[in-house]
Design a protein around this ligand. Structure first.
Ligand SMILES: [Zn+2]
Length: 575
């Protein structure tokens, strides 16, 4: 009798859990079984069966139950053969247009391989490129980074660039996008003379001790005079590059990406119309959440309404930039950089507090999510002060999720305020991997470097945070971000752990590229975990990252990427 009762109880529990998890009792389009389903739901982190229908998840659970309950005559059965399904990755901070331009339109000088390029190598790459161009045509390059160049911190000055050409104007973006290098011809064409004043809003035409222009430009306002002289890229070339970019993003498992600066490289309405059109093409693989590039907005720009759009493409925010790049020594720190020795440089703020507040306020009041790029602790403090003012009159229940991008050198003081104001930080975890050794040994010193991208400090307080690439600043590929967040290994040999105390558990790092990244973009009710009612945005991996040595997670292969219940990427060679 006792035995029977136990059996009945078990059956009831099983049925009850199915009723709770399932929508209707009808047949699934597709059922996954025969492997591991990593749900990113604390309720049941791993299951063995998943049923989807009409682009949504019907049920997750034990495969026997799923197979019994949801398989009908037309259901496609996917036997995972031991592979792993997990939610598609959400990329909360990436510049799709800038990545498309830097990867496919500009001369790409970026390298994340070792050893680093020397200035001579960069000049000879430029020469090779210029040899194929008509005289006088602009040369636009991307991805030079003195912190990752030999010799260390060698700067690409106008004098150096003149060695590549004195007749073609040259403009090369730093890897961070916040600094650029031009030759003398470019300054002549752009009309920048020794007595030209700096353009404001953080824009600087850098001058040497004698007051002479060096050819180094800081921040976007300083790029404008040059951009005006460049021939616009054809829309066909941009569309082609854009499609290639989103397809390669899907191949790394990204199912939703932000566009973190609509209007940064193209007229804002033109870019909006392009993304609107492309994102609804049948071959456009991913979902996009858009943020306007704040300084491109003015009364004449025809903006859409906050949250206007659909599941595929929706505009949600306005983004501002409070400081520069930490590896570029332009991020606004409270204490001076450690390089060069004895320097008083602690970077610069792009805005005065009041100006940033009054510029962002109308958009905040309209209902836009505000996002501020702040790398240095001084800039993070500024963004937080502005956010405190913006939210001053908000009801306690208001869920505005104001974002801070990068959050690189946040101290416990800023983290306190982040928690109090319910601000959502997102971190460029590639800073740890690609620049960790440089921050530690040269630019910040061990103490400050060890706690950049302070994931563990945030997790301890229950603050939801995300990891991102900020591509083209660092390469996209969320499996790498998980690995770096969990190991904090820097890339340069001998590889070391940058601040072991800030390592996070693999599950936490997974959340930072799925559920909590979705939270940063108001999508957590539909994306970021595999739960009934959510979108069937998922990936199939050859290994389960939860059972993989964290340093080996980047070697895991993305075999398939599905968006809205359909495959949008399938790897060529299935093992
Ligand atoms: Zn960015």
């Amino acid at each position: 009798m006792k035995h029977t009762k136990k059996l009945i109880t078990l059956a009831v529990v099983t049925l009850a859990s199915f009723n709770a998890l399932s929508g209707t009792g009808s047949d699934a389009d597709t059922v996954f079984y025969g492997g591991t389903i990593v749900t990113v739901s604390d309720k049941q982190p791993e299951v063995t069966g998943l049923a989807i229908r009409d682009g949504s998840i019907m049920a997750v659970g034990d495969q026997a139950g799923i197979l019994q309950e949801y398989v009908g005559a037309n259901t496609r059965l996917v036997n995972l053969n031991g592979r792993t399904v997990m939610p598609g990755f959400v990329e909360p901070h990436l510049h799709i247009s800038a990545t498309a331009l830097s990867d496919y339109v500009m001369l790409n000088l970026s390298s994340f391989e070792l050893p680093y390029d020397s200035i001579d190598t960069i000049i000879s790459k430029l020469r090779g490129h210029i040899a194929k161009l008509p005289a006088g045509e602009w040369v636009i390059g991307f991805g030079v980074d003195p912190a990752r160049t030999q010799p260390f911190m060698a700067e690409l000055t106008a004098d150096e660039l003149d060695k590549a050409s004195t007749t073609n104007p040259i403009f090369v973006f730093n890897q961070s996008g916040h600094i650029a290098y031009v030759n003398h011809k470019a300054m002549e064409v752009a009309g920048i003379k020794e007595d030209t004043p700096n353009p404001g809003n953080g824009g600087v035409y850098v001058r040497d001790a004698q007051g002479k222009l060096t050819g180094v430009l800081n921040e976007f306002p300083a790029f404008a005079a040059f951009a005006r002289q460049m021939k616009p890229t054809s829309s066909e070339a941009i569309v082609d590059a854009y499609m290639k970019t989103v397809k390669s993003m899907a191949a790394t498992g990204i199912t939703t990406s932000s566009e973190m600066g609509l209007g940064a490289f193209m007229p804002v309405e033109v870019e909006h119309a392009m993304v609107q059109k492309l994102s609804h093409q049948a071959d456009f693989p991913i979902r996009v959440r858009g943020y306007y590039w704040g300084i491109s907005l003015n009364d004449k720009v025809a903006m859409v309404k906050p949250n206007e759009g659909d599941d595929k493409f929706r505009m949600i925010g306005v983004k501002y930039i409070a400081d520069g790049s930490t590896q570029g020594l332009t991020a606004a720190l409270s204490q001076p950089y450690n390089y060069p020795k004895g320097t008083a440089n602690r970077g610069a703020l792009d805005w005065e507090d009041e100006k940033l507040y009054s510029t962002a306020k109308p958009y905040f009041d309209q209902g836009w999510q505000i996002s501020v790029h702040s790398n240095g602790d001084r800039a993070i403090g500024q963004a937080l002060d502005v956010y405190a003012l913006l939210q001053k009159d908000q009801p306690k229940s208001a869920d505005r999720r104001l974002r801070i991008e990068h959050f690189t050198t946040a101290t416990e003081k800023e983290i306190d305020q982040t928690q109090k104001l319910r601000v959502v930080p997102s971190m460029t975890i590639g800073h740890v991997g690609f620049w960790g050794e440089i921050f530690h040994n040269h630019l910040l010193g061990p103490e400050r470097a060890d706690r950049i991208d302070p994931g563990a400090s945030l997790a301890k307080r229950g603050i939801r945070f995300s990891y991102h690439s900020d591509s083209p600043v660092s390469p996209f590929g969320p499996l790498q971000y998980i690995s770096t967040g969990a190991t904090r290994l820097w890339q340069t040999p001998p590889r070391q752990v940058l601040g072991p105390k800030q390592r996070v558990a693999v599950d936490q790092a997974i959340k930072a590229v799925t559920l909590d990244a979705a939270y940063a973009m108001f999508m957590e009710h539909k994306a970021g975990s595999l739960e009934p009612g959510k979108w069937a945005d998922l990936i199939i991996l050859d290994q389960n990252p939860r059972n993989t040595n964290p340093s080996k997670i980047p070697d895991i292969k993305v075999l398939e990427t599905w968006v809205n219940g359909k495959p949008v990427f399938v790897a060529n060679e299935l093992p």
